[in-house]
Design a protein around this ligand. Structure first.
Ligand code: HBI
Ligand code: FE
Length: 291
């Protein structure tokens, strides 16, 4: 236990809450160019696929493709909108630290960016995943409230030993969530919106299942960290997410201890199925065979 009660000791040069100076003036021209390349790639696929709140968020934060944003300048705009700020961290931080930041409306964003030769896949969330993927949605008041509530809920889940359930909720909403819109399905999850291929796959491919969001269903569903998702959960609106966090998770956690996981490619009896996939992509990737 470190001095301020967090479980893990921070890395060299980081504060007790794992924050570090962003070092904006130390980015190289190549690092800024990587941001520009990634941004321009995403802007070829996101209009008509990303939800309005995301696209409006990019505008509101003046996030255009001209290089890695300065967190302090971006945070001034963000704070005025929903009270959130973006703080720099060296990478993934321990869960208790992560939840404490979210509960206090601070989004911890990696300050490094992927190498030009690894544009498509990276181990840890870099500044493009964190800032381009996550931060624009924090300009939406309902989503901003949801993320702060998630942080408070995370701290409690840690105490109850229920983190794995809550991590699934995070994964299938904040990272890989889809939403209904009058124009059709739209993306709000950061993991999708920061990935060119998955932005298309999640909405248009025949492989994955797309199921109406249900809190306990999501908490019973494992997820993949190594490839496209095999199921996406769809909320009717962002406000739905905010309402979800008004519920007392205690009784839900209680029920979940008796409820087995639901296989990642399964359709459960009471699922509201929006589109039933054939899992062709996952099968091909698993067996290298063409189906
Ligand atoms: N740390 N910096 C950072 N960013 C994350 O998204 C993150 C993290 N630590 C833990 C974590 N996410 C997940 O385990 C959450 O589901 C708790
Ligand atoms: Fe993320």
């Amino acid at each position: 236990m470190s001095a301020d009660g967090f479980l893990g000791a921070p890395p060299e040069g980081a504060a007790a809450d794992w924050t570090i100076p962003q070092g904006w003036d130390r980015y190289t021209a190549q690092e800024h160019q990587t941001w520009v390349t990634l941004y321009e790639r995403q802007f070829k696929v996101l209009p008509g696929r990303a939800c309005d709140a995301f696209l409006h968020g990019l505008e509101a934060l003046d996030l255009h493709g001209d290089g890695i944003p300065d967190f302090e300048r971006m945070s001034e705009r963000l704070r005025a909108l929903t009270g959130w700020t973006v703080v720099a961290v060296p990478g993934l931080v321990p869960d208790d630290v992560f939840f404490d930041h979210l509960a206090n409306r601070r989004f911890p964003a990696g300050n490094f960016i992927r190498r030009p030769d690894e544009l498509d896949y990276l181990q840890e969330p870099d500044v493009f995943h964190d800032v381009f993927g996550h931060v624009p949605m924090l300009t939406d008041p309902s989503f901003a409230d949801y993320m702060a509530a998630y942080g408070r809920g995370g701290a409690r889940a840690l105490q109850l030993g229920q983190l794995h359930n809550l991590a699934r909720l995070y994964w299938y909403t904040v990272e890989f969530g889809l939403m209904q819109s009058p124009q059709g399905l739209r993306i709000y999850g950061a993991g999708i919106v920061s990935s060119r291929a998955e932005s298309i796959f999640s909405l248009e491919d025949g492989s994955p299942n797309r199921i109406a969001f249900d809190l306990e269903r999501v908490m019973r569903t494992p997820y993949r960290i190594d490839d496209f998702q095999q199921v996406y959960f769809v909320v009717p609106s962002i406000e739905t997410l905010q309402e979800v966090t008004q519920r007392d998770f205690g009784p839900i956690y209680q029920r979940l201890t008796q409820a087995p996981d639901i296989a990642i490619d399964a359709i459960a009896d009471d699922d509201e199925v929006l589109s039933r996939g054939d899992q062709a992509y996952a099968l091909e990737r698993a067996h290298g065979q063409t189906v």
